[in-house]
Design a protein around this ligand. Structure first.
Ligand code: FES
Length: 136
C-alpha cells in the first residue's frame, strides 16, 4: 500500500467516570496510549495525535475514544479500559492508518473493538462552492 500524508487523530474522553467512582480513567488512557503508539514506531504507517476532550456523548459506556482521519470514517468506541485495551487500540491504529477511507467491518476490528463500537460515521465529503458572489 502506498503511504499517504493523511493525518490521524485519536480523541479520548477525559470526563468519563466508572459508575460509583470519581476516577477519570481518560487521562491514564491518554498517557498509556501515547506511550504504546510511540513504542509501536514505524509499524504504524502514519502519525497519530492523541488528545482529550470533555464528553463525546457516550457517557453510559466509559471510557469513550474516537479515531479520526482526513477523508476517513470516524469511529467512536465505548467501554475502553486503560488496563486491558491498549494493545487492541494500537492494533486498530495500525489498521486504521492503512485503510484509505477508514472503513472496516466489525469482524475486522481487533478484540473488544468488534463489540464496543458506538458509531462509525462515513467521511464527510464537502464541496466548496465558488462563492465569489458573496465576497463581492
Ligand atoms: S463523559 Fe465521557 S462520553 Fe460523556
Amino acid at each position: 500500500m502506498t503511504r499517504t500524508s493523511t493525518h490521524h487523530r485519536i480523541t479520548v474522553c477525559t470526563s468519563c467516570k466508572h459508575k460509583g467512582t470519581d476516577c477519570r480513567p481518560g487521562y491514564e488512557l491518554i498517557q498509556r496510549l501515547r506511550l504504546a503508539i510511540d513504542m509501536a514506531g514505524d509499524t504504524i504507517n502514519d502519525t497519530f495525535e492523541i488528545s482529550g476532550i470533555a464528553c463525546m456523548a457516550g457517557c453510559d459506556r466509559p471510557c469513550t475514544i474516537a479515531y479520526h482521519g482526513t477523508r476517513k470514517a470516524t469511529y467512536l468506541f465505548g467501554d475502553i479500559d486503560p488496563d486491558e485495551d491498549i494493545a487492541d487500540l494500537v492494533t486498530f491504529a495500525r489498521q486504521y492508518a492503512d485503510l484509505d477511507d477508514g472503513w472496516c467491518s466489525s469482524v475486522d476490528r481487533p478484540g473488544k473493538l468488534r463489540k464496543t463500537t458506538l458509531a462509525r460515521v462515513p467521511a464527510a465529503i464537502t464541496v466548496m462552492e465558488d462563492r465569489q458572489d458573496v465576497l463581492q
